[in-house]
Design a protein around this ligand. Sequence first.
Ligand SMILES: Cc1ncc(COP(=O)(O)O)c(C=O)c1O
Length: 430
Amino acid sequence: MAAALVRLSTRVSQSAEPPISDLMHRALAQPHLISLAAGFVDQHSLPVAETARAVAELAAEPDLARAALQYGTTLGHGPLREYVLDDVLAADRQPRAASGLTTDRIVLTAGSNQMLHLVTECLCDPGDVVLCAAPTYFVYLGLLDGLGLCGVGVATDRDGIIPEAVQEELLRRKAAGQAHRVKAIYVVSYYDNPSSATLSLARRGRLVDLVRRWSRDNGQQVFILEDAAYRELRYAGDDLPSLRAFDEAGDTVVYAGTFSKSFSPGLRVGWGMLPPALIEPVCHFKGHIDFGSAHFNQAVMARVIESGLFRPHVEKLRAIYREKLAAMLRACERHFGGVPGVRWHAPSGGLYVWLTLDPSLDAGPRGKLFDRAVAAGMLYVPGEFSYASEGVLPQPNTIRLSFGVQTPARIEAGIAALAQAIRETHSQTP
Ligand SMILES: Cc1ncc(COP(=O)(O)O)c(C=O)c1O
């Protein structure tokens, strides 16, 4: 008997396999490849001892341990929400009492991706528009596609998304009678994935001002979805105040943060600091999905912080990644020096170096360069994955390199292999 037809939902049918999955399969199938593709964190510095100590401390207090092993609330573990609020305000140099902010504004989630998803789904109907940098985080672009939303890439440079280009896009939408469809602007404000650009101080205030004015003049709130996933991974320079810190009325910016990069992605503890108008919708929606993310993980994370294990770990990570970044930049100097058209900038944080090649080269997954790089022994992420389906066109001559996973020696070998592949491709390009 023939199997009955499986009729999937429209939403699931429009969720194609993420393009990065194929790359990951290739990396796993060929373990000798040096992958500068995966955006994973350094395996060896994952905090085994710190996590073991926090769990042991919790277990030594059975009432607390039992509470942590029970369901929590949809908002999440109270002590961790306290810490998150204090920490974000301290980083933004805002005294808590004067800020008027309380932990009611903090919702803990399963990683910050869940917060990005919840907020986007709370705000948007199919066909609605989210503006974002070009390039931007491809997982978020996949999320937009999966929800039937329209991601629009806006011009971006070394200082991040350009506020005037955001304004132009808003005006274009308005002229087309589509102003009401623009619901959010997604901004990775520190050491963006993939470009490593940090939104400059001057642009932060300008962007928040223009979005607040726009929302007021058009009678509908546009939200800035600030993704601060890499804020803690800073290797040079000073921390900048978040976009949220410029949102004095607190009605425009959603701030999404995570312990994935600064402690452990396996614990999957992230959070959002939300404008009051979004707390209830997000909590109701989350209530229907999971009525609270893993409570035990949140309690472990809170204990890590209370026991003074978090900050020293972040410092240790900074030292490790600073060295890996330096190794990647040295290798770029050494191997790309004589290759025409290759450009990159030295980032001051994050996990990525963004390469732009000569415009005649196609670094896409179906181009010759990609296959040559694999044959030479390395894997990268084609930059074209990081462009939204509308707005700024994908740049096929771009590459995202990640320095988080490999050792300095393997980073050097991976870049040497890529340089060889680029040279070979150049010599065979008419
Ligand atoms: C820009 C950006 N945002 C969010 C995330 C999600 O992190 P998590 O869901 O683990 O908090 C990542 C992970 O790589 C990222 O690169």
